[in-house]
Design a protein. Sequence first.
Length: 260
Amino acid sequence: EESVVMWCGAAAAAALGLAAAWLLGRGFEPRARLLSAAQLGRYRGANGQPGLYLALLGRIFDVERGRKHYGPGGAYSGFAGRDATRAFATGDFTPTGLVDDVSGLSPGELLAVQSWLSFYSNNYDAVGKLVGRFYDENGAPTEALRQAEAAIEEALKLKAESEQRKQQFPPCNSEWSSATGSRFWCSRQSGGVNRDWTGVPRKLFQPGSKGSHCVCVRTAGPPWGQPATSQHSDRGDLDNPHLQEYEGCPPLAQQCVLKA
């Protein structure tokens, strides 16, 4: 079955610039073949048609080897013979959703587009460009494509920053019951972040957000991002201004219990 391997974690941050450049098509030069929307519409894989193509961000891919998915009667046949980039992000397979307009998509949805572009680039042959929203009649990128690429690069940047924050402040373990209330605690694997320290629970307030969530905070060593050789208070990230202690919880306790 078709599957998408999402590109994430520390490797995403480390290779952000290189991957963005490759995935977003700088140097993407398939055979110099340009198709109009009407011409692409003839490639839906039906009897008598010349092939089975789909387009994503204006790049055209030959998906014949995925005929059971994209051919007539397949679960994703709506993608064939057109550029339906928006639907790859939203999951809206109706006629209004199977379009190439990516304006207003969230960073997460843009990352879905990027992931699908990576998937098709790795698994199918690129055969040309679709003249329209993303490429002009000479095959040159349009302003719409440049804007989409810039938005995806920004989404990749935000994702890398989010992964970095998760390494600095891994989420707590938590549970709640009507009898005992809420319990937050830290371990060396909490939040799915394997590390060599445990940390203590704190409320983390994100700038621009009214709410908070529980994270585990290092209690020793230099603050995040500072070298171990620098002068510091040996309190880890306890003095970070975006953190707040849980009321009634000992400052260095590895778990906090908040009564119901």
